[in-house]
Each structure stands twice: as C-alpha cells, then as structure tokens.
Design a protein around this ligand. Structure first.
Ligand SMILES: [Zn+2]
Ligand SMILES: [Zn+2]
Length: 115
C-alpha cells in the first residue's frame, strides 16, 4: 500500500498521530487501532501521498469539505518534512502550508467559525 511507506516516513520525522483530533464520541467507542486507521485514510492524506510520489509535482489539492485537525497537523508536518509548500483549498479557506506552519495560523482546525 502506497500510504504505508508515506506514513512510516512521517513517523520517522516525529509526526504523531493525533487521536485527540477525533470527535469525543468516536474516541470513546472505538479501539485505538480503529481510530488510527480512520485517521490514516482521510482523503486529504491519501491525496498528498499520491502527489508526493510524483517528482516535482505541485502539492496542491481542492477539497469540498473542511479539513479535520489531524489532517491540518499532518499537512504542516509534511510541509516541513518534505520542505515543500502544500496548498489545500477548502470551500471557504485556502491553506498554504510551508515549513511546518500554515497561512491560516490555525493550530487546532475545527475552531474556526460555524460549519
Ligand atoms: Zn482528516
Ligand atoms: Zn490552515
């Protein structure tokens, strides 16, 4: 699986899986293993895993939903690990990740305004 190698590399750089990013109800009823696999299969992460395999690809994607806190942290970590800018276009917000931080200056995701 493509994503496996990608995840291992980020973990080698100290990217922690953010289980606390999941809604509390989900956390309470799921095993840790289930939570981890759920976080790992988010569309944004899969899209990035695909993009990162292509040499000189522009790391840019458009999503039609709001990125969760874990993906936001993941993108920040990836921009630092790969030393590349990553752009994620949400319907209402454009994130530009660079060097481990994001243009939206939002650490937690999920805290900006109503859905
Ligand atoms: Zn996510
Ligand atoms: Zn952001």
């Amino acid at each position: 699986m493509i994503f496996k190698a990608f995840g291992v590399k980020l973990e080698a750089f100290g990217y922690p899986t953010q289980l606390q990013a999941l809604p509390f109800g989900f956390t309470a009823i799921s095993s840790e293993r289930h939570q981890t696999s759920s976080l790992r299969t988010h569309a944004e992460k899969r899209a990035l895993a695909e993009l990162i395999r292509k040499p000189n690809a522009v790391l840019e994607m458009t999503i039609n939903f709001k990125m969760c806190a874990d993906c936001h942290k993941f993108m920040k970590s990836a921009s630092r690990v790969y030393e590349k800018g990553i752009i994620v276009e949400e319907p209402r917000l454009r994130h530009k990740f660079q060097g481990g931080s994001c243009s939206c200056l939002d650490d937690g995701g999920g805290k900006r305004g109503p859905k």
